[in-house]
Write a protein that binds this ligand. Sequence first.
Ligand code: ATP
Ligand code: MG
Length: 777
Amino acid sequence: MIIGGYRVGNHVVKTINEKKHLVFNCKNCVYSATLAEDKACRLHACSVASSEKPDLIVLADVYERVYDETQTKIIDEIAELMIDFEQQGVWGPEHLSDGQEVNEQYTATRHSILVRVAHELIAYDPIYAYLTALEELKKEKLRIAKMSDAYQKGAVPYLETLIYLLKKLEDTKIISQTKHYLQDLAHIPDTGQLYRTIFNAEIKPSFIGSRLLFGETKGLQLVDEYMVKDNNVQIFKHPDQIEYWYLINPPEYTLTPDKYFVISKTKEIVSEYRPANASITVGANTKDYFKRVFLSTIKGVAKAYKVPLTLEDQEMLTEIVTRYTVGYGILELLLEDRTITDIYVDSPIGSKPIKIIHSKFGECKTNILYSIDEAKSVVSKLRSESGRPFDEAHPVLDYDLPDFDTRVAVIGPPLSPDGIAFAFRLHKNTPWTLPQLIEVNGMNSLSAGLLSFFVDMQATIMVSGSRGSGKTSLLSALMLEIPQSTRIISQEDTLEIPGMYLKNIGYNIQRLKTQSAISVSKTGIEVPPDEALRTGLRLGDSSIIVGEVRSLEAKVLYEAMRVGAAGNVVMGTIHGDSAYSVWDRVVNDLGVPTTSFKATDIITVSRPIRFEGSLKRVRRLTQITEVKKHWTEDPEKEGGLLDLMLYAAKKDKLELLEDNLKDSELFQRIQRVSGMNMNQIWQNISMLADSKQYLVDVKKKIGIKDILEAENTTLATNKLRLLKEQSIEDYGKANYPQILEEWKKWVNTEFLSYIQTKYGQSKIDLTSQKETVKKTK
Ligand SMILES: Nc1ncnc2c1ncn2[C@@H]1O[C@H](COP(=O)(O)OP(=O)(O)OP(=O)(O)O)[C@@H](O)[C@H]1O
Ligand SMILES: [Mg+2]
């Protein structure tokens, strides 16, 4: 096709996700590839759309501009109207006058105006076509008023045609949207501005499948903005929506054409490259290896094609090439933002933007429209890295992404009838600590003290809750309460407990990774959970941690606990939203005999809470329940479950049920085996509770948030333990209030000085502010 003497690009029609994409090749077109800015481009799109009837229009140049269905509909409507006008011959002689002589002299002008409006302008600039017709109608009405009756009569067909054209145009989306604004104007405006508000393309570089929506952010409130590597992240609050908007603006969507060229060329060159050394498999090392290869290729390409690149440019381009060749593509931008806790890519992919859960802002809608091609390539990457199958016979694939501390679950048909969907859970790089959970109100200091005490007393604790309620987080926090001298065996099918980190800060932990119970895949190289646990128990006296109790291992675990084979603290997480449902699940679903279940001492329940009138969700520990021993069949009917603490949503508080304590068998047992009386037990619990709270208060005072990270809180816990040992040695028994006072002194001096030096803060003397610290308690 030729427009204004220039040949414009050709086009193809592709069907993706059952949608007809009309893709124009704009690479060698003299006009710019945008419907908003270029009239010639609009004309071309309209002409082709009139025969192709697309759902989406794509203008492909260095970047692809994708016009969504609403915008494409606007073009389709105009194209249809253009054809209608032509077929009806709206500029034919019968539409110009009544054929009488008086009007004859005007027909040529009228003809040219009608052709201009209904044929030429309509596709170029429909708004201008409408305005021209509107102005002509006004003018003609004025003329008629001044002319003879014969003229008036003769002009009727012309007037009617103008009115008909206007009416038809007003029926289109583009004019109906702008009509009210247009009719009040004194002069014909610059229509360019209007098209910019109507045609708002999603853009993407052509080597990336996903589109970014760069919509209007006017009227939204920017609540946060930060960089994650080179990627600019903005978070907006919409006045009428609960969800926040999480917008990314990574460099690969705004590269200059020459840099874009270097990337494309490099990708072309390295596409077939595979390292010869078989030992290079997956993981962070491989990535670095590829990065080095890519960097030197980029340098070579830039030199050969004389593209000036700074050192920073080279590094940025290397990151991008790595991301879109050996990496997880655009998803990496989200995986790198560790303030995100979950990423959801729902099916059918591409129909809605990706959703995330942000640790500060909760549920957010992103500006990323993921593409099915990218999803497929990520799936094949996951399949090859994990060695697990994923097809109709195995529609679930779960896997730990090696470089990202993230668990991914992929589901596909027939389980997910609308196609592939992903859920990513980004693990916190460091474990939650009890003081951190206190700080975010996930639990209070008394419950933290109580649970810490039970860990110390080597109780058996089942951490329960609904999906995503914070079970693993609480379990990790409780693991930190285990003395570092004790050996810990932890068993998980997906590695969520930060075992390496715990090892690095001095915990004696042996991790076992088992075959996934929910995945249908059985690869043979992974050990089933029950077998792993048997092995674990043979490894000798240890604390046993089971990441998630959900299948065969339950029987082994309870049998071991019943016969005392574990010998130490035993903890695990389990799905269930009350103590009773934990019993029901363990006994009725997992087939553990009730007598064995009674080896459980404590069940905690965590729950996402929505406060009255609020749509915001928070996570709370809602229940600490003791499992008593003298019942036989149904713990609820026989009073076998004794709540020690219960959450009152009205007060947002976890309250101690003091009246229940006298019925506690666990406390009686602890008194028997430890020689402590109830008074001492409570002093001990209070000391533990106060010490956790004190750290939270100190953090508020000095503003170093890392003080509550496990690497630091563990030092404080160790010190408290040492002081207790010392007190027992000196006085024959622990003097808890005194231990706490001494410990606080140590925190205020040595510990604080260590923390402040470590995090580069000038010293604040907390001893002189002791009163205020106390008050904030
Ligand atoms: N009290 C809390 N306040 C805020 N965020 C929390 C709290 N507890 C946990 N989280 C965060 O919530 C997310 C879910 O937590 P976690 O993985 O512990 O839940 P879970 O119950 O083990 O989930 P699943 O059922 O998937 O195993 C994590 O990102 C975690 O960091
Ligand atoms: Mg979990």
